[in-house]
Ligand binder design. Structure first.
Ligand code: CA
Length: 230
């Protein structure tokens, strides 16, 4: 199966060389040269990943990232930033990007990051649309809505949510989540899982302090109990 990437980059030379390199890795690549084209294509075509340059004419990568997430699309976004500034990375991640690479970069490093972001959580149920009370999760379109309104989730959050949904009522250790969704094996990084679960609760739970959808299993991990609400 060929995975598709939208490459958003205004520099023609980089767009061409990076596009060729990605095609050489077996990806289907489409390109956008500015923020308007990027949002238009992201909204109308199915992509598995978006590579997004921050410094774009007319609309910045930040605007594009925010628009895509506000539309409820959870497609993983990898930011390219020429500025090696911590603030850019933090703002990008806050606006819903999943990872970033600083220019100039080695193509091999970028491809490694892409592979990690595209690591697919295997589908178990084969069901494309899941409903939990007022929440609807569309796996095929990577979209989440709550009471009919799009919910702003990142690619990672979506992958995590999907992993939970496909294992209802099962206690899942943090370590398993870390490995399945992030591809990490280090125990020291399980706080990453906690931070993403906390963020999902803020977005999906009626009372994030007393979660009913993703519950904590003390000392072990988490359990998805969404089926009780539907
Ligand atoms: Ca640029």
């Amino acid at each position: 199966m060929f995975e598709s990437i939208l490459l958003v980059e205004d520099e023609a030379a980089l767009r061409a060389t990076l596009g060729d390199r990605l095609r050489g890795e077996g990806y289907v690549v489409d390109t956008a040269v500015d923020g308007f084209e990027a949002v238009d294509k992201a909204a109308n075509l199915p992509f598995d990943l978006i590579i997004l340059d921050l410094m774009l004419p007319s609309r910045s990568g930040f605007d594009v990232c925010r628009d895509i997430r506000q539309a409820g699309m959870a497609t993983p976004i990898l930011i390219l930033t020429a500025r090696d500034q911590t603030t850019d990375k933090v703002v990008g991640l806050k606006l819903g990007a999943d990872d970033y690479v600083t220019k100039p970069f080695e193509a091999a490093e970028l491809i490694a990051r892409i592979e990690v972001l595209l690591r697919r959580v295997p589908i178990r149920t084969g069901q494309a649309i899941h409903e939990f009370g007022s929440i609807i999760v569309d796996v095929k379109q990577s979209k989440v809505t709550r009471a009919g309104k799009p919910v702003y989730v990142t690619g990672r959050e979506f992958q995590l949510l999907r992993y939970f949904i496909e294992r209802p009522g099962t206690t899942i250790p943090r370590k398993e989540l870390l490995q399945a969704v992030w591809g990490y094996v280090a125990d020291s990084l399980t706080r990453t899982v906690d931070a993403h679960v906390a963020s999902l609760r803020q977005k999906l739970e009626e009372n994030p302090k007393r979660p009913e959808l993703i519950v904590t299993v003390s000392g072990t991990g988490y359990k998805f109990v969404g089926d009780k609400r539907s």
